[in-house]
Ligand binder design. Structure first.
Ligand code: SF4
Length: 190
C-alpha cells in the first residue's frame, strides 16, 4: 500500500513541477479564491488518484468518519470542497487532491489530428484572454511544454491498472479509495 501511495505522490510531484513550468511561461493562473471548477457536478476520477488522501485519512484515524460522511451524502459535488473557505481556493485537502483536479486548467489533450490542445476554464479564457490565446497557439505549435492528460493517466495505469481502469463520480472514487485502504489494512492485520 505504502509503495503505491508513494508512487502516486511521485507522479503528482512531477506533474506539479510541469504545471508550475507551464504557468511560468504562459502567465496563466487560477483566479484567487475561485474554486468554480470544483462545483462541477460531473467530475469523474479513478480510485488510485485518491489513494494518497485515503491513506492519510487512515493514518489520521479519520477514515471511518469520512466513509460515513460519503455514505450519507447524496450530492455529486465533491465533499472535499468547502464553499466558504477563505484563501487561494476552496479545496480543503489541496495536497491530496486528485489527478483530475491538478490537470484541469493547465494541461493539454491530444486532438483527432494528433495535436496538443490546451484545456482550461472559461474564467481563464475570458479574464486572461491575451495570455490564453498566446498559450493556446504555442501549445498547438509545440513551441512550449505543457503536461499532457493521457500521459499522466498512463503513468497511474502503470502503478495499478485495477484501481485506474474505471472512472467514478468523484465522491464514489474517494469512498472506494477509503474502502481499499481499510480493506488492505484489515487484511494485513488479520
Ligand atoms: S478534491 Fe479539491 S480540487 Fe478536487 S474537486 Fe474536490 S475540492 Fe476541488
Amino acid at each position: 500500500m505504502e509503495e503505491r501511495v508513494q508512487a502516486v505522490e511521485q507522479v503528482f510531484e512531477k506533474l506539479d513541477q510541469e504545471i508550475a513550468q507551464f504557468q511560468g511561461w504562459s502567465g496563466l493562473h487560477c483566479k484567487w479564491g475561485c474554486g468554480k471548477c470544483c462545483f462541477k457536478p460531473d467530475i469523474e476520477a479513478t480510485i488510485l488518484e485518491f489513494l494518497p488522501f485515503a491513506h492519510a485519512l487512515y493514518h489520521a484515524d479519520q477514515a471511518f468518519a469520512w466513509l460515513e460522511k460519503l455514505k450519507q451524502s447524496s450530492g455529486s459535488i465533491c465533499l472535499i470542497l468547502n464553499p466558504t473557505q477563505s484563501g487561494a481556493g476552496l479545496c480543503t485537502e489541496y495536497k491530496h487532491r486528485g489527478l483530475i483536479c491538478r490537470l484541469f486548467g493547465f494541461s493539454a489533450r491530444t486532438n483527432k489530428h494528433g495535436r496538443k490542445e490546451l484545456v482550461t476554464c472559461e474564467i481563464i479564457k475570458t479574464e486572461q484572454a491575451d495570455q490564453y490565446t498566446l498559450a493556446h497557439e504555442k501549445v498547438e505549435q509545440e513551441k512550449e511544454s505543457i503536461p499532457v492528460m493521457h500521459q499522466y493517466y498512463m503513468q497511474l495505469h502503470a502503478i495499478d491498472y485495477e484501481l485506474t481502469k474505471d472512472f467514478y463520480p468523484i465522491n464514489q472514487a474517494i469512498r472506494k479509495a477509503i474502502e481499499t485502504v481499510l480493506a488492505w489494512y484489515a487484511y494485513r492485520n488479520d
